[in-house]
Ligand binder design. Structure first.
Ligand code: CA
Length: 233
């Protein structure tokens, strides 16, 4: 599973150690040495996860976490706090500002990678390699294969990403702008209509397997994937 992970850490040795381990696990490391430059990087592109040191020169990691959670665009980015502090009060504060997990230094690389995996699985399943399944439809992110009862479904790259995102966030309704952010990237300027075009292509590709009805339009809201049929009035 290749995730873009922003590491905000002012100690070069720790940053290098984390970067080497992330690379070995197949992730891409983006580095920032303080909260201010992390904010600049986040403005350019949303990472899949942020490893955020608590004690930073200038703005603290906790303050940065608070700001990221307060902003609509960055509200959902998974955050793991890194800290030398181990006491319960700090842990509670870190989680209160919205961190998803908390790793105390010194940590073993294996522990850190396990925490990253767990948080991604919980908060950003579309970047994991877990097989997604709904209503007989099966998507394997590793082989890029989609099947219904072993019958293959062929999709273009955008439809694949769109389906993967919907399947890993099943039952939830996503607005067109949310889908654009999540599937196309949050700084890609395309019209919301583009989503409709790709939903149409996705349904067309699924039609032969009878699974096109899994992709549901929620009027005035957006789209969702669901194995529960839409009530017909
Ligand atoms: Ca530090």
């Amino acid at each position: 599973m290749a995730a873009n992970i922003l590491v905000v850490e002012d100690e070069p040795a720790i940053l290098a150690l984390i970067a080497a381990n992330l690379k070995r696990a197949g992730h891409i490391t983006l580095a920032a040495v303080d909260a201010e430059s992390a904010q600049q990087q986040v403005k350019l592109a949303l990472p899949d996860l942020i490893l955020l040191d608590w004690m930073l020169p200038g703005m603290s990691g906790v303050e940065l976490a608070r700001r990221l959670r307060a902003e609509e665009r960055t509200r959902m980015v998974p955050i793991i706090m890194l800290t030398a502090r181990g006491d319960e009060h700090d842990k509670v504060l870190g989680l209160e500002v919205g961190a998803d997990d908390y790793v105390t230094k010194p940590f073993s690389p294996r522990e850190l990678l396990a925490r990253i995996k767990a948080v991604l699985r919980r908060r950003a399943p579309q970047v994991t390699e877990d097989i997604a399944e709904i209503g007989g439809l099966r998507l394997d992110p590793v082989t890029h294969r989609i099947t219904v009862n072993d019958q293959p479904v062929s999709l273009g790259p955008t439809e694949f990403r769109l389906l993967h995102f919907l399947m890993t966030h099943a039952e939830r309704v996503h607005s067109r702008s949310q889908l654009l952010d999540q599937v196309w990237g949050d700084h890609v300027f395309v019209e919301e209509r583009t989503v409709d075009v790709h939903i149409r292509r996705l349904r067309a590709a699924l039609e032969a397997t009878g699974r096109d009805s899994l992709i549901q339009t929620v009027r005035g809201s957006g789209y969702r994937i669901s194995a529960v049929p839409v009530a017909t009035v």
